[in-house]
Design a protein around this ligand. Structure first.
Ligand SMILES: C[S@@+](CC[C@H](N)C(=O)[O-])C[C@H]1O[C@@H](n2cnc3c(N)ncnc32)[C@H](O)[C@@H]1O
Length: 273
């Protein structure tokens, strides 16, 4: 799995400002849900280029600390480059289900669009709970239901329709694997957290045009990017046309550009005292 994410790390680094801008307001809700304040020690899991952790670094200030972690070394290298102006930020390579640090080290653990890729969600949450101090907070952002995120759902639909099978296959973890509030609640509770709460936040996605949106999405959607790269050019072209046609239908005009609906869920809870 990390090989696949390593291969899309350049695309994520190139588009990091766009992703961080798209998710800025929702990321503030994530940091609030994690209770992050000045001086805190924060761990970001599955950090990619580290956008959420870098936003946390501005909150914790010079007296705090933030570790940006991911199991894909190329993502961590991108995060380290972006963190160069932040002395309170360090980086680490490890899997979210096997965190290489002692118990109780952090005030807060955050994750933005990473928890859905854990093989066993509750086990990953339990591991995050282990490294929280008693009363420390965990908060994870996941994509809301596919129907509320047409900008991504329609790309997966275009690939699935091309081959006559769902994409990603139902047994493979994908962006919408944790898109349900009841499921998230039970997974966080099974991971040992108290006071679990789920918030839904709208994340409209703006683009200059449908074509500009299409350029960007395959660079970011990890499993999809690998699948598209492996296809014959004419198959890729058919998928692109299908996706662009659907995107034209479901997006709305917005000033000089377009906008798609979008939504995320923010799940949070507290490590037991
Ligand atoms: C959709 S990207 C999100 C990146 C970043 N958190 C953001 O919001 O900009 C998912 C990230 O999860 C990481 N990831 C996937 N499985 C992981 C695992 N088991 N342990 C740690 N990181 C993982 C990938 O390498 C990738 O960087």
């Amino acid at each position: 799995m990390s090989d696949m994410w390593n291969s899309v790390a350049p695309g994520w680094e190139a588009n990091a400002e766009f992703v961080d801008g798209h998710l800025a307001a929702a990321t503030d809700v994530l940091l609030d849900a994690a209770g992050i304040t000045e001086g805190d020690a924060v761990l970001e899991l599955a950090a990619g280029p580290g956008g959420a952790g870098l936003r946390a670094a501005r909150r914790v200030g010079p007296k705090g600390s933030v570790v940006l972690s991911d199991d894909a070394p190329e993502m961590v290298a991108a995060a380290a480059r972006r963190a160069s102006g932040y002395p309170q930020v360090s980086t680490a390579v490890f899997d979210q289900s096997a965190i290489l640090t002692e118990d109780g080290r952090f005030d807060a653990v955050i994750s933005r669009h990473g928890l859905m890729f854990a093989e066993h969600t509750a086990a990953a949450v339990r591991e995050a709970t282990r490294v929280l101090r008693p009363g420390g907070r965990f908060a994870a952002m996941t994509w809301g239901p596919r129907s509320t995120n047409p900008w991504l759902g329609l790309v997966l639909d275009a690939v699935g329709e091309q081959f006559g099978v769902p994409f990603p296959p139902p047994n493979i973890r994908g962006p919408f694997s944790l898109d349900d509030a009841a499921l998230l609640t039970s997974e966080l509770e099974a991971g040992g957290l108290d006071g679990v709460r789920i918030q839904a936040v709208e994340t409209p996605m703006h683009a200059d045009s449908v074509e500009a949106w299409w350029e960007r999405v395959p660079q970011l959607a990890g499993p999809l990017a690998s699948a598209l790269a492996a296809m014959e050019p004419d198959v890729r072209e058919q998928i692109a046309q299908r996706a662009i046609d659907s995107a034209t239908d479901v997006s709305r005009r917005d000033g000089d550009g377009i906008v798609f609906d979008g939504s995320v869920l923010i799940a949070s809870g507290q490590a037991p005292h």
